[in-house]
Design a protein around this ligand. Structure first.
Ligand code: FAD
Length: 591
């Protein structure tokens, strides 16, 4: 089959908020920009799933004519992000976030964003609406767009990135893109876990191929699990609805013995840890501990019901958040009946956000010439715990990465794809169609996903992490080469795509588990029951992972500190959590 060839200046991999913002910025700098999205345009990745909130300091919001808190400041936001990240943040990226966010809000207002609600330092709109606005803007400035196209590998010459090999999911055709710079904006790798919060296209190829191209991944052990995700029935599985209702209206969590297990924790931690975004780390950890102690239910979750909250109040809030009991195309009216009757549903943690990723500097350069990264696929501003807005982060990073990639592209040569390298990659990618192996990609994936949730979930320990790494090594040695799609058809062959994704997920899981094993402390969303202390003397460091001759090289580097000095000493995990919660400034609403 002939390989299609496309030429551009800046190739953007990923059609979420980071990718669109990068492509718009590059195009506005006068270069050609091609955005390649694995899923349908503006309807894939995490961005359309978000609430979504855009968070910046209230004084800047006020300056833009919104209801911001004038006592707020960029410095207060900076301090809040760093303390809530447990001081593991790259403070240069935090400064970039707080200083760039006002410009982004102005851009969004100029693009015509429909703001639903304003708070002290936040505005709210829906992720779907944001993506529609960005798609419209991208079209108006002339970004070239490809949807349902999966990037398989970066192409390089002399160490620098010169293009990428892609597969058209709907056509089964290969496309070789030649470019002068790449912005990686491929989001997270949710699909490596089961349960997850519903993403089908986020399987981590971007991070994995960047690492194979020579980039360093950092802080890969930090994975945010959203709490109170629906586990049952299957048609609701992965929905965030109880998380949102619990955050705003309250409710009760019970274990199998009928105990309200959060009551065993410090009341002030419970208060902040149930009514703000701290709930993700706190409740996910507490729920998982119950399940691991044998106090969970059939599907590995706990029970959520309305507890002491009156039905009138709960109904009023629920129908405000989920008008007509509909949320993201799911009909929740039966859950409404259950809430009224006081019946519980089974909920638990599910993977939602990846705090680590491709290490970048504050120009969003990865260290591989010509390769930039932005959004959730890069190691961003939030350190070991994100309670600020990832939506804002993806947009500020996309803007700067796109501008810098355009400048780089202006000064570099166009290199035609190396035909022999492309042919070798095509040959490898077609292997699952050749019918030589006997392992079903979908079945292998489910086993891996469930183990990832159990052994690399919100509660970890050294023995289980070692066991998981050994399991992944066996998968790599014995199974990945035998993945076979049941049908050899090329057009929209889901099993073929599953097989191509799986090696990338196994790579990232192994890196993450190795970093989690190396980090012998608990911090932010990384909780080790065998090391339940935050060790500020030994572990104010980012973990790093590259690919060396003998496999993965796991190391560390000091966290980037500019103006806010971290604390010292070893502090029990929950005491440190309480200290970080109490360090928050007097503004900021739910954050
Ligand atoms: C359910 C849910 C709700 C959330 N709610 C909020 C919220 O309310 N507020 C908030 O601040 N944050 C929220 N987040 C987090 C936030 O949405 C994400 O961090 C953010 O949208 C990431 O944007 P992104 O552009 O980096 O990646 P994404 O939006 O995930 O986009 C990644 C893109 O890369 C593409 N891609 C992946 N691999 C390839 C490949 N191989 N080839 C080509 N394309 C590829 C995908 O198809 C997709 O288009 C939520 C996350 C989830 C999962």
């Amino acid at each position: 089959m002939p390989i299609q060839k496309i030429e551009t200046d800046v190739l953007v991999i990923g059609g979420g908020g980071a990718g669109f913002r990068a492509a718009i910025a590059a195009r506005e700098r006068g270069v050609r920009a091609l955005l390649v999205s694995k899923g349908p345009l503006a309807r894939c990745g995490a961005s359309p799933m978000a609430g979504a909130d855009f968070t910046l300091d209230g004084a800047s919001m006020n300056g833009l004519g919104r209801d911001g808190d004038t006592n707020d400041s960029m410095d207060k936001c900076f301090n809040d992000i760093v303390t809530q990240g447990w001081f593991l943040n790259n403070q240069k990226l935090v400064r970039h976030y707080v200083e760039t966010a006002p410009r982004l809000l102005k851009d969004l207002m100029d693009y015509g964003i429909d703001i639903k609600l304003s708070d002290q330092r936040m505005i709210f709109f829906s992720g779907l609406h944001l993506m529609d606005i960005l798609l419209k803007k991208a079209r108006s400035v002339g970004v070239d767009l490809l949807e349902d196209v999966m990037v398989l590998e970066l192409l390089r010459r002399d160490g620098g990135v010169t293009g990428a090999l892609c597969l058209g999911i709907r056509t089964g055709e290969f496309i070789a893109v030649s470019c002068r710079a790449v912005v990686m904006a491929s989001g997270g790798w949710h699909k490596a876990f089961w349960p997850n919060t519903g993403m089908r296209d986020l399987s981590g190829e971007g991070m994995a191929m960047a690492q194979r191209a020579g980039a360093t991944l950092g802080n890969m052990e930090f994975i945010t699990f959203c709490c109170n995700i629906m586990y049952e029935p299957p048609m609701w599985r992965g929905s965030l609805a109880p998380y949102m209702l619990g955050l705003i209206a309250g409710g009760r969590l019970c274990n199998r013995k009928g105990e309200e297990f959060l009551k065993q924790y410090d009341p002030s931690v419970v208060k902040t840890g149930t009514s703000t975004e701290w709930n993700k780390s706190f409740i996910s950890m507490a729920s998982m501990k119950e399940v691991r102690a044998g106090n969970g239910f059939e599907n590995g979750g706990v029970h959520f019901d309305r507890g002491e909250v009156s039905w009138d109040l709960m109904k009023m809030i629920a129908t405000f958040i989920f008008p007509d009991w509909k949320y993201k195309a799911i009909d929740l009216s039966e859950w409404g009946r259950m809430l009224e009757a006081g019946e519980p549903i089974e909920v638990g943690p599910a993977v939602e956000y990846f705090d680590g990723g491709i290490i970048v500097n504050d120009r969003f350069e990865s260290g591989v010439p010509g390769l930039y990264a932005a959004g959730e696929c890069c190691l961003g501003a939030f350190g070991s715990n994100r309670v600020f807005s990832a939506i804002t982060e993806m947009l500020v990073q996309g803007l700067t990465a796109g501008e810098n990639a355009a400048a780089f592209a202006g000064g570099s040569a166009q290199v035609a794809p190396d035909a022999s390298l492309v042919n070798a990659l095509v040959h490898a990618a077609e292997a699952p169609l050749a019918g030589k192996g006997n392992i079903s990609p979908a079945r292998a994936r489910r086993i891996i996903q469930e183990r990832a949730h159990a052994q690399l979930g919100p509660v970890r320990n050294g023995n289980e992490l070692s066991d998981f790494i050994a399991f992944l090594e066996r998968v790599r040695a014995n199974e990945l080469g035998s993945l076979t799609a049941a049908s050899p058809g090329r057009i929209y062959n889901k099993e073929w795509i599953d097989a191509l994704e799986l090696g990338n997920m196994v790579q990232l899981l192994e890196v993450s588990a190795r970093c989690a094993l190396a980090r012998t402390e608990s911090r932010g969303v990384h909780f080790r029951e065998d090391c339940p202390v935050t060790d500020n003397d030994a572990w104010l460091k980012e973990s790093t992972a590259t690919i060396g001759d003998g496999g993965f090289d796991i190391g560390s580097r000091a966290a980037t500190v500019t103006s806010m000095s971290p604390p010292g000493g070893k502090v029990p995990y929950l005491d440190m959590m309480k200290r970080m919660m109490e360090s928050h400034s007097d503004t900021g609403g739910k954050h």
